[in-house]
Design a protein around this ligand. Structure first.
Ligand code: PEP
Ligand code: MN
Length: 378
């Protein structure tokens, strides 16, 4: 995570953002606020049937991609403006607001002409400040909510910057959509969730967060797990792609679900409150947290003690002109401690990250000693 973000933005909350409430659109904002509909509007029948299906299953906002930013040419690039009235018809039939992705000023013009209720900015657009600014400029004086997806790359400043651009032109109804971050390697996810980034965004910005498990997962089987995790992290909403016949979808077929499966998924989720009114629970929680605070202090004291020893080693190595890093020793520590941590119920992932960080700090401390430089300048 880029630490300089704090210097760039401080803890500034962008002022004037209108919390979702219902954005004047009559949206039911009890959690989770669910946005659903097909990845792409393909035909009038498919758009309307998919939307009616998800509305029946509890969707509160209807989505459909009209212009599809595809990574490589040759796949379906969206039906274009022709699809806007289809989505609007679905909105009229269900009484629900509709949302589309806009990637330039022409899309904005077409969407507004067709009374689209909410706009969203796609991940491939948030990465480009010129595009975001063009869209923001085209919205000057327009009162419409805008949802901003995270940029494809894990860059918090770009995501924050997009909100700043919209805020600067007077758009106050803003929400964030977390759709995960691209990575070169094929992993469990199509896009890495990197949950710490949306959490960090919310430290800087008092804004509603909607998770898009469809684009994080890229497949159906893990949608539920990711959606539940988002709710466990207190996200306000979910955006889930749904298609009347998902296997035949012209885009993102593997991750779309039928409206019925969408309904089942939503009903399977456990919504947790942010706060409890129950005094017994609150007292117990306070006690647990107090205990955790104490343990955290002890951990830090122990780490500091460990670093005292690392510095002593540094001094000795300096006197004997020995290099800081001995690979075999590091490998031995990593293996033995990681196994020990796992035997104590800690995950391998945590154990590895923790040990690497401890080791990095140890090297930093020794580098400072050996080269007589300030620790913070290492
Ligand atoms: C989409 O929502 O269909 C889409 C293109 O998403 P993203 O911008 O997250 O890739
Ligand atoms: Mn999609």
């Amino acid at each position: 995570m880029d630490v300089s973000i704090n210097e760039a933005f401080g803890k500034r909350k962008i002022m004037g953002i209108t919390k979702m409430k219902d954005w004047g659109l009559g949206i039911d904002t009890t959690k989770p606020i669910v946005v659903s509909g097909p990845c792409s509007a393909e035909t009038e029948e498919q758009t309307i049937q998919s939307c009616l299906g998800v509305a029946k299953q509890g969707a509160r906002i209807l989505r459909a991609g009209i212009w599809k930013p595809r990574t490589r040419p040759g796949s379906f690039e969206g039906i274009g403006s022709e699809g806007l009235p289809w989505l609007k018809t679905a909105g009229r039939l269900t009484g629900l607001p509709v949302t589309v992705e806009v990637a330039n000023a022409r899309h904005v013009y077409e969407a507004l002409k067709n009374q689209v209720d909410i706009l969203w900015i796609g991940a491939r657009t948030t990465v480009n400040p010129f595009s975001v600014q063009e869209i923001a400029d085209s919205l000057r004086g327009v009162d419409i909510p805008v949802m901003v997806k995270n940029p494809i790359n894990p860059d918090l400043k770009l995501w924050l910057g997009a909100f700043e651009r919209f805020e600067a032109v007077g758009i106050k109804k803003l929400a964030a959509i977390h759709r995960g971050f691209a990575s070169y390697h094929n992993t469990e996810y199509r896009n890495q969730p990197q949950w710490e980034i949306p959490i960090e965004l919310r430290r800087h910005l008092d804004i509603e967060m909607i998770c898009d498990p469809s684009h994080i997962c890229g497949k159906r089987s893990t949608l539920q797990k990711v959606a539940q995790k988002a709710l466990d992290l207190n996200f306000e909403g979910l955006m889930i792609e749904s298609h009347i016949t998902p296997d035949e979808a012209w885009s993102d077929a593997a991750q779309q679900v039928t409206p019925v499966d969408f309904g089942e998924l939503i009903r399977s989720l456990v919504v947790r409150d942010s706060n409890s009114e129950n005094p017994t629970f609150n007292t117990a929680l306070d006690e647990f947290r107090h205990h955790i605070d104490e343990i955290d202090e002890q951990i830090i004291q122990l780490i500091a003690k460990r670093m005292d020893i690392a510095r002593e080693i540094g001094k000795n190595k300096k006197d004997d002109n020995i290099a800081i890093l001995q690979m075999s020793r590091w490998e031995e520590v990593l293996k033995a401690r990681s196994e020990y941590a796992q035997s104590k119920g800690l995950s391998k992932k945590f154990a590895t990250h923790y040990l690497q960080e401890i080791h990095n700090e140890s090297i930093r401390q020794q580098t400072a000693i050996m080269n007589e430089i300030e620790l913070e300048k290492v």
